[in-house]
Design a protein around this ligand. Structure first.
Ligand code: FAD
Length: 512
């Protein structure tokens, strides 16, 4: 297929100018690829038309939205890119009693926010509607809208779609639903798949798809894997199918009232099993209100300290000599509660934590530490010049502490030259691992052996090699080698059913 044919077919909604293609050839992480052309449909129907035409032309596509994906699914390797960047507006807001607003077609975030607020105020004026954020409302949006843009619109009613990721300024709502992205809030609200009432779009063959849905979040027991993006649930349809079965063009999302208060504390812990005891106690004491439970390894803290320099704010007067820290965040809808005191009393009295080891600071200061890790790791990688292997694994919560301790011990024993940086979503058993090499001893030299060791240990603890970032092309071979046979068979069968010509993301998951 030539780009010329695609341009002839899609006119101005297709381009192949090499300068313009560049942006779509470079994934968030990993090597650059090569795009044949970029197709930019301007409506949902046009996405269906593109898919049907590409089936007819036997033209493979990779899907691109916010371009923040970390498993190289959006990297073209000669395919055309199907970009959802023009599908970025809210469509409808629906209250739990069915009253609804249709958003204007033209506009921007500010205008849609004003429209939503004016509508809400008019309802309050005409029906003596109670003040306060509406409970149980949903918002339907086009798939390409960025998470932050969506939340800018919702904030005027005191609502949020709670995806808490470092990438939310660009990551799209549809991408998050397609990838069942999790993030720091998943311990409280579930993944984006669970935060979606329904998704619509087109299967790979161009047929209309949806409504697709995952069940609402019901936090699994501590012995069950809470997040596992290596195991696509094909009965969820488009949801969580990571762009290998179809393209999501529209999602209806659950909204939540913004908490009236949030408080957090940073605690040093002797090891990860001890960290998980803090988590269990917090869940018992504040059921439903543990909004985040993140862990940060000592090496990650040191990277952030170096990276932020004078801007680094450390909430301890003296330096706790701990290998790990946990960030415990609570919420409440009760504006009159003294949440700060409740949290402090819980840590000081119930957990008997020494006061000098309670890292108390305004929430934004604590979040800055957590959200600076990736950037700090990037800077360190550039400085060391030996590349990085990054992993996104998960285990059941009840073995998570032991898992991380074993992983660190075994990796450092075998490859002492690697820097081991660990952090992540301890509340759902999710670990992000960055292993950094040096110019003298780059990671590439032992990449295959390290990957195999990390994933073997993960499997020994009943874990997954891909917790929330997906499989993409980065872990396609691992999927074929490690995913249980029923999982592979199920996905292959769905691929044959919905995308029989292998048009969509053909390198993802290594499906043939
Ligand atoms: C700094 C940083 C922090 C991050 N933190 C987290 C985190 O905490 N948790 C987490 O889960 N992820 C995290 N991510 C990863 C990323 O933000 C998510 O994977 C997100 O879902 C990608 O959305 P996107 O719109 O950028 O997709 P893109 O990168 O544009 O696309 C990647 C792939 O997603 C699929 N896809 C996207 N949109 C659709 C659609 N509409 N229909 C079907 N398939 C689609 C396709 O397979 C596509 O190739 C982080 C990324 C960065 C850079």
């Amino acid at each position: 297929m030539s780009a010329h044919t695609l341009r002839g077919r899609f006119g101005t909604h297709c381009f192949d100018d090499p300068q313009r293609l560049l942006r779509y050839e470079i994934p968030e992480r990993g090597a650059a690829g090569k795009a044949l052309a970029v197709l930019v449909p301007e409506s949902e129907d046009e996405v269906g038309a593109v898919l049907r035409a590409c089936n007819e032309l036997q033209q493979p596509l990779v899907i691109s939205a916010g371009r923040t994906g970390l498993v190289e699914a959006q990297r073209p390797q000669g395919e055309a890119v199907l970009s959802l960047e023009k599908l970025k507006r809210p469509l409808a807001f629906v209250l739990s009693d069915g009253r609804s607003l249709q958003f204007d077609e033209a506009g921007d975030v500010e205008r849609w926010r004003d429209q939503l607020l004016a509508w809400w105020l008019s309802l309050q004026a005409s029906t003596a509607q109670q003040a306060g954020a509406p409970v149980g409302a949903t918002i339907t949006v086009q798939a390409g809208i960025a998470v932050d843009a969506l939340n800018d619109v919702l904030a005027c009613l005191g609502l949020v779609w709670p995806m808490e990721m470092g990438s939310s300024s660009a990551a799209s709502a549809g991408g998050c639903v397609a990838n069942a992205s999790a993030g720091a809030n998943a311990v409280c609200y579930g993944t984006a798949a669970h935060l979606c009432v329904a998704a619509w779009g087109f299967w790979g063959d161009g047929a209309a798809a949806g409504p697709s849905a995952a069940p609402a979040w019901d936090r699994p027991g501590p012995e069950t894997l809470a997040i596992d993006s290596a195991s696509v649930q094909t009965d969820w349809g488009l949801v969580g199918s990571q762009g290998v079965l179809g393209v999501i063009t529209r999602v209806q999302l659950r909204t939540y009232p913004l908490p009236a208060q949030r408080e957090a504390v940073l605690l040093p812990v002797a090891d990860m099993p001890a960290a998980m005891k803090v988590f269990e106690a917090a869940r018992q004491r504040f059921p439903g209100d543990v909004e985040e439970f993140e862990f940060i390894g000592r090496a990650a803290i040191e990277l952030v300290r170096e990276h932020l320099g004078a801007a680094f704010r450390w909430p301890f007067e003296s330096e706790p000599a701990a290998p790990y820290f946990v960030l415990l965040q609570l919420k409440t809808q009760d504006a009159d509660a003294d949440l700060a005191s409740q949290l402090y009393d819980f840590v000081a009295d119930e957990l008997q934590w020494p006061s000098e080891q309670i890292g108390y600071a305004p929430l934004p200061a604590l979040k800055k530490l957590r959200h600076s890790i990736t950037e700090a790791s990037n800077a360190r990688m550039r400085k060391l010049g030996g590349g990085r292997l990054s992993f996104d694994t998960a285990t059941p919560v009840n073995v998570f502490g032991d898992y991380l301790a074993t992983l660190q011990r075994e990796l450092i024993a075998q490859w002492p030259q690697l820097e081991f940086v660990a952090f992540g979503h301890a509340g759902v058993g999710g670990a992000h691992l960055h292993l950094l090499g040096t110019r003298e001893q780059p990671v590439t030299a032992q990449a295959a052996a390290v990957v195999a060791r990390v994933f073997d240990i993960t499997a020994e603890f009943g874990g997954t090699f891909s917790a929330e970032h997906g499989v993409g092309s980065k872990w396609a071979r691992e999927f074929q080698q490690r995913a249980p046979e029923p999982v592979r068979t199920r996905l292959s069968a769905a691929k044959r059913q919905y995308d029989p010509r292998h048009i969509l993301n053909p390198a993802s998951f290594g499906l043939t």
